[in-house]
Design a protein around this ligand. Sequence first.
Ligand SMILES: [Zn+2]
Length: 488
Amino acid sequence: MKIELESQNDLWMDNAIVNFCELTSSIGADVSKNPSKITIAVPDSDKFAEELSQEILRRTVPNLIVDDEDKKTKAKKQVKKDHILIQENKKIGGEVSLKEKIYDKNESREILVDILESLEGDSKRCVFCGRYFKKNVKNLQQASYPFVTKIKSLSGVRGLSDYFKDYCPLCYLIGVLEWLDGSMIYRTFPADRSYLFLPMMNDLVDLNEFKQYYVDLLGTDRYSNIKNPPMDGPEYTPGKCSTLLYFYEKFFEKISGDGDVCSECSKWGVIEIPLSGSVKNPKLNTINIPDHIVGLVRSMVKNDYAPYTEFIRNTNLLKLEGGIDFDETRIFREKISEAIINDDFGSFSRPFLPRKKKRIIMRKEAYEALEELLWQWRCKPMGIEKDDLDTIKSVGNIVAAITKNNVGLLYKLDKARNSKEFWSVMREISRKLVGKDETDIKSKIRPTSLDSLVQLVKTNEDDWKEVRDLLIIYSSMYHSIRSLKQGD
Ligand SMILES: [Zn+2]
């Protein structure tokens, strides 16, 4: 027989088709692909079921289940990963037993034989793929399609249960096996939720190539799977956008050695799975990263200034009474990552603003990577020269000195709604400077820098906000450095 899988334009199912293609290729099946269809030759169904079940069981640990130990007794036990939406039976001897028999060592082969035998016929038609089939093996459930609770088109005149039965054995099979997909990126907060990332591409051949190219960047740890070489474990990115940003950095690091190897994907389906509650209602969001941001990350990685690895990961929020504020640091890192991924410079500058009793500190390499990021992301496209940037920095020093005991002015700068309001705050700062006689200010500023800033904004009238945001970042950085030095 032949198994034909046509693209369904559905995030889960298309990724599942490509995963099934990879799974069957790995047992030596004859697979042919075109952009909208994958065909698998099955000359001997018994042999196919036998070999496929072996491969499924071989991958179940560690892709779905990991080895762990009991906190109290230290006895070895298995744990199902938090993002896997397959129900469990009670553990026997510390071993996980999943309710889907396809993952059970005693029943997997039998179920596969049943699936293959239930295909050919015309008594039913699948609501997913449109295929006619003999009988259904499993109803449509979350284990094979996570969004089952969300399908509006299924709540028609007929009872829901009728539709749940119009689900062909093949859609069940590929859907339930998608959990084995080693190229599914995941990130779990132990107390909160899991994020799953799946690439969205219409062309099945491209999707397959992309996933195969990056799959070895991923490990199998319980909570997170983007590897962090040379460490032994994964990188614990603080959230959704930092995970994607870090992924692209690893991806481009790999590509830089190989040249252009596959089409890149910049559109992702992000499935959010809550960890609490008996009914897990996953949310699906789409993140579409602008091409020039993907290009920016690529160019930064090429120059050894990877934004997450070099800058974000090396930046911390320090409590003035001492010690790093880990919660605030995580929030800061995620917000900065989010602003980059969304190409939102205004949101990028805001987290730098000074806050009560905490200061941003960064290592030298982080500061250098930040400067390069500001340069490539903002200054270059706006036509700002290095001299102009020096002007902004110099004014940043003035603003930092003036706002040392008056942070409100920095916030006022951030809230300016138009260039008039911006100038009004700048004049206020300038007036305060006249009365100051601090040698440390005078040594760091160019006397003409305020005039130069006026000139710079006049020539970039439409981009006044960008100049303002650059100024806020530098002022806040210098503010932070000053207050740490003086310990106030
Ligand atoms: Zn189907």
